[in-house]
Design a protein around this ligand. Structure first.
Ligand code: C2E
Ligand code: MG
Ligand code: MG
Length: 397
């Protein structure tokens, strides 16, 4: 079950109470436990080892009991239930493992589209264990403030100057230390934790940019520090409010901050999406589309949206320097179309000089990749000659 509405904890409690009452009504001698968050455990005692039809019957009754919307504070919420089942002693004789197996099966049920159930199955246990392990490690990292941000330079391909940087999340202690966010951001998205993480990252960037601005270390021609925004955050009704509140609280100059959205967040152009992006622009922020080319959007579908930068995914860049590669033609077309739409282009994942040369020939404006610099801790980025010389030189000139 999911509780992601910004109505506060009391409303959340009321929501959970309604659900547990509904589940209790279909139980007889089974025990119902609330194990935290939106998860419940039901213990069915004295189950016959061979006949499990009563488990299925109960599962169906529970899912049916959740079908009616739940009313809280005048709002109606649609609930989806995902049930995982493990059997003692068939699956395991260990009580802890029994719960873990049921949890793992529950994750599988969620993945299969929710509103369904799944028996424990060894095949996906390992995979789901990783999910559960990541989720608890993420909670811990957030609680114990083990999050930090790295910056990777973005370079103007004509002048060779650094014009910006992308903020990349890092966890500096625990199970997820030194693991790429690409591994755990999907877990953060599925669990809703990405909202807390995103707020933390955005505030950290605002504070940093605000402090650099106060120290007059940002020249006008500097483009921006970019922040990755998950579609889960972007699609929340309070997204704009949270962003503008953080800008206000930190006094960060919005013109030096860019939001990187993925194609999936922009998949269905609508008036609402247009208004949302326009409001972000009115706040002074710029907007980039990340990993362009990996999703389903096309430039023609995006043409009416107020977008500043198109980040061409590195899968199109890796062989760009090889004459006759399909990607060369694709990237050239993307750059030309973006230019016609007044959108700047940035090539991701540049790893060698030949790629730089080819992208210069194709008139791509910006580049990012290991060739120019790997992501480094913010302090290192700020103090490295890289930024100091480039920024101060530009600022003093
Ligand atoms: P992304 O936004 O496309 O970020 C670029 C990724 O490519 C980074 O991986 C970066 O380290 C890597 N990269 C940069 N240059 C090169 C190169 O030349 N070669 C190769 N092979 N890789 C290069 P990282 O830091 O592991 O992040 C992975 C993904 O995790 C990001 O992809 C982004 O989607 C997500 N992510 C990172 N930080 C955040 C965050 O704060 N919030 C959200 N929602 N997602 C984040
Ligand atoms: Mg990005
Ligand atoms: Mg990217």
């Amino acid at each position: 079950m999911k509780w992601q509405q910004p109505l506060g904890h009391t409303a959340g409690d009321q929501f959970l109470k309604t659900l547990s009452k509904r589940i209790s009504q279909v139980l007889h001698n089974e025990e119902l436990l609330h194990t935290g968050g939106d998860e419940f455990v039901i213990i069915i005692p004295e189950l016959s080892t061979n006949n499990h039809s009563c488990v299925l019957e109960l599962t169906r009754k529970i899912l049916t009991s959740l079908q009616q919307p739940v009313a809280v504070n005048g709002y109606e919420f649609i609930v989806t239930g995902s049930i995982g089942i493990s059997i003692y002693p068939n699956d395991t004789a260990d009580a802890n493992d029994l719960v873990k197996f049921a949890e793992s099966a529950m994750f599988q049920a969620k993945k299969n589209g929710r509103n369904n159930y799944q028996w424990h199955n060894k095949r996906f246990t390992l995979q789901n264990f990783k999910y559960i392990q990541y989720e608890s490690a993420l909670r811990k990292a957030i609680k114990q403030q083990h999050l930090s941000t790295y910056l990777q330079p973005q370079t103007d391909l004509k002048s060779g100057r650094i014009i910006g940087a992308e903020t990349l999340l890092r966890i500096h202690q625990g199970t997820l230390a030194d693991i790429s966010p690409a591994e755990y951001i999907p877990v953060a998205e599925e669990s809703g934790l990405v909202v807390d993480i995103g707020e933390w990252v955005f505030r950290a960037v605002c504070q940093q940019v605000s402090s650099w601005h106060q120290q007059h270390r940002i020249p006008d021609e500097f483009h921006a520090i970019a922040v990755n925004i998950s579609p889960i955050e972007f699609n929340r009704p309070d997204f704009i409010e949270k962003i503008s509140q953080t800008l206000l609280e930190t006094g960060a100059p919005a013109q030096f901050i860019e939001l990187e959205l993925t194609e999936s967040a922009l998949q269905f152009p609508s008036d609402e999406l247009y208004d949302k992006l326009t409001t972000l622009k009115e706040l002074g922020l710029s907007v980039a589309i990340d990993d362009f080319g990996t999703g389903y959007s096309s430039l023609s579908r995006l043409k009416n949206l107020p977008i500043d930068v198109l980040k061409i995914d590195r899968s199109f860049i890796h062989d760009i320097h090889i004459t006759g590669s399909n990607n060369q033609a694709i990237v050239e077309a993307v750059i030309n179309m973006a230019k016609a739409l007044n959108i700047k282009t940035l090539a991701e994942g540049i790893e060698n000089e030949a790629q730089v040369k080819q992208l210069q020939l194709l008139n791509c404006q910006y580049g990012q990749g290991y060739w120019f610099g790997k992501p480094v801790p913010v302090e290192q980025f700020a103090s490295s000659t890289l930024l100091e010389t480039s920024l101060t030189a530009q600022f003093n000139s």
